[in-house]
Design a protein around this ligand. Structure first.
Ligand SMILES: [Zn+2]
Length: 387
């Protein structure tokens, strides 16, 4: 069934040829976009939805979350806001709670957060394992994630579990754990950071994952300059995430590569770190994505709009750059071309704002502007009646 969405005051397509359109319309047929153009030229359709001058853009592509978890870290957050420094070790608290939770509890918690994100416009979401940290709990986390998320990443190398020896644990990750999890996931990731995994250990994990056919992602340069970005670029990772502390060599390496720099502003704020140097990356020619890093410790938000607002107001990205990075940039970080874009043939993932333009995402910070969300051609939330 073809549905015409018309009366679009401003249509952000992220398509090089279509660009930004005024007085536009989109035809959704089944799960895909069938037509994009001027409202006056729109073809006949079975149903018609008039959004009365509002802005339409692709649904958010959140390329970095950790939502297979149980438990709560409010106390740690309170301590941090009272002046205590963030460290990677807090992850262990969530590991304990996740191991103790049932499959049903983990699945329900994941579903609740994915639904929360969808209501705010997120239509494609990546999530990771990494709170199991043993073969059994990593496998079960991956299995639960694949039922719900668009993209799943193995992050067995999130933290050395308390009491374990780092080298022996890396052996386990590179061996039995990857053997068991690799068939369930598309990506592997490593937390390359002081207090987590060093360069040699991170390199071993990434190479072992690549040998099993997985795409690579890296958590790097979050708490200080380090080898994460260099390693990600050398090994051809799709994305290196955080990038809060970058040397000139890191920026140059990213600009010269296909590796996306994924910035996580909500995490930088929640850990009282400086915001990532988006302007340096963009001015050098690197590809930038914005993601939520939704997780119970360092960034407990599913709001991509908050990330976009922060990127514009505080990281000096333009509205267009920030919106692109949170949609097409996320798709690039996941090496996908069917999401984050509104053009014929793309997945019908789009959101309507309660505003005439995407500028309002930064102009009206904190105001919920989601008026309608379609994912795979299906209305998830909409205040518009079809006629
Ligand atoms: Zn993360």
């Amino acid at each position: 069934m073809a549905v015409l969405i018309t009366g679009i005051g401003e249509l952000t397509t992220n398509d090089a040829e279509l660009g930004k359109l005024r007085d536009a319309a989109v035809v959704v047929d089944g799960e895909k976009i069938a037509w994009v153009g001027a409202a006056a030229d729109a073809p006949d359709s079975d149903e018609r939805i008039d959004v009365e001058g509002r802005a339409v853009l692709p649904g958010w592509v959140d390329s970095h979350t950790h939502l297979v978890f149980a438990g709560d870290r409010t106390t740690e957050f309170e301590a941090r806001m009272a002046g205590k420094a963030y460290s990677a070790g807090g992850i262990a608290v969530t590991v304990e709670a996740t191991r103790a939770a049932s499959d049903e509890q983990l699945a329900a918690n994941l579903r609740r957060h994915v639904d929360e994100a969808a209501k705010q416009g997120t239509t494609c979401l990546e999530t990771k394992t990494g709170y199991g940290l043993n073969v059994e709990d990593e496998v079960r986390s991956a299995r639960i994630a694949t039922d719900v998320a668009d993209e799943v990443t193995f992050l067995g190398a999130h933290l050395v579990p308390p009491g374990a020896d780092a080298e022996s644990y890396v052996d386990l990750v590179c061996g039995d754990m990857l053997d068991a999890v690799a068939p369930l996931v598309r990506w592997a990731d490593v937390f390359c950071e002081t207090g987590a995994f060093d360069e040699a250990q991170s390199g071993r994990v990434l190479k072992a994952a690549r040998e099993r056919g997985l795409g690579l992602r890296v958590h790097g340069n979050q708490l200080g300059e380090g080898p994460g970005v260099r390693l990600a670029v050398e090994l051809g990772a799709a994305s290196v995430d955080h990038c809060t502390y970058l040397s000139e060599a890191d920026v140059a390496a990213l600009a010269a590569s296909d590796t996306v720099a994924t910035l996580l502003p909500a995490c930088d704020l929640s850990t009282r770190q400086p915001l990532a140097p988006a302007r340096r990356l963009l001015d050098a020619g690197a590809t930038v994505a914005l993601a939520s890093n939704a997780n119970p410790g360092s960034s407990y938000t599913t709001s991509m709009a908050f990330c976009v607002t922060t990127a514009v107001l505080q990281m000096r990205m333009t509205i267009e750059e920030a919106v692109w990075s949170a949609t097409a940039g996320g798709a690039r970080a996941l090496r996908r071309d069917d999401v984050g874009v509104i053009r014929p043939g793309a997945r019908a993932d789009l959101q309507v704002l309660e505003a005439p333009s995407v500028t309002h995402l930064a102009y009206r910070p904190g105001v919920p502007l989601t008026a309608g969300v379609w994912r795979c051609g299906r209305a998830l939330t909409s205040c518009f009646a079809a006629k």
